[in-house]
Design a protein around this ligand. Sequence first.
Ligand SMILES: [Fe+2]
Length: 282
Amino acid sequence: MNAPLRNPPLPGDANRFDTASAAQMEQLVMDLRQMYHERNAALEEVAAAHHEALLRLALAADYRDTDTGNHILRIGYLSEALALLMGLSSEAAAMLRKAAPMHDIGKIGVPDAVLKKPGALDPEERRQMNEHAAIGAHILGRSRIPLFQMAAEVAQTHHERWDGHGYPTGLSGEAIPITGRIVAVADYFDALTMDRVYRRAFSVEVALSMLAGERGRSFDPAVVDMFLAHAPALVALRERINDSGCAVESLAGAPLLHVRRFLAEFGTAPAASPRAASEMTT
Ligand SMILES: [Fe+2]
């Protein structure tokens, strides 16, 4: 006696219908998959175009202030290196490389007479100059894309001070996001070692000693200690970026160099246990 079939065949018409439905479902799934990939590619393209446009705006602001766009490029790579040394994940550090160069984008809103003034600023000029942090955060902070949210956070907080006497909100200590604390140190060192309208560049030795003097005052002592401990590698990284020419576009695409590998080749091993990107903000 034959055993009963566990899945008896459907009557002829219903079976044909089922086969046709399955084919349609399969086609629908393929169409949805393709639409999903096309949508993601389009979003990535829009984000990259958005990033490049903002980088060019940051570059325009930087040209007004420094005569060269290399400053913002160096800030990106120095910040990535410091982030790795501070134990942030490779992903978070790479995002900071892209976000940090936009930290002074708000200078686009500061009058030339203030930005390029060779002497000391009077109180009103100082107020106008200090507004660049909030202007930058406003320009960058309208996006839901994590990169621009990080860039807005950096723009907003890179002039806060560890001792609470910074601007625009007077945050202190670890209430300042680690992104802002890192970029503040990278920006300070890099600015000291380049010519400005009101002074010549300081030597690396003098700049490092000035950085040490701001430990626990302007800057997070842990970030300053890390910078000083790895100064030869960071100075070499700075030189490597200088030698590469001004390639700001690279910040929106493939990096000019692999920073973790550069540090490792230099004998500097970043911390082994990366902190999650979620720990970067307060
Ligand atoms: Fe600034």
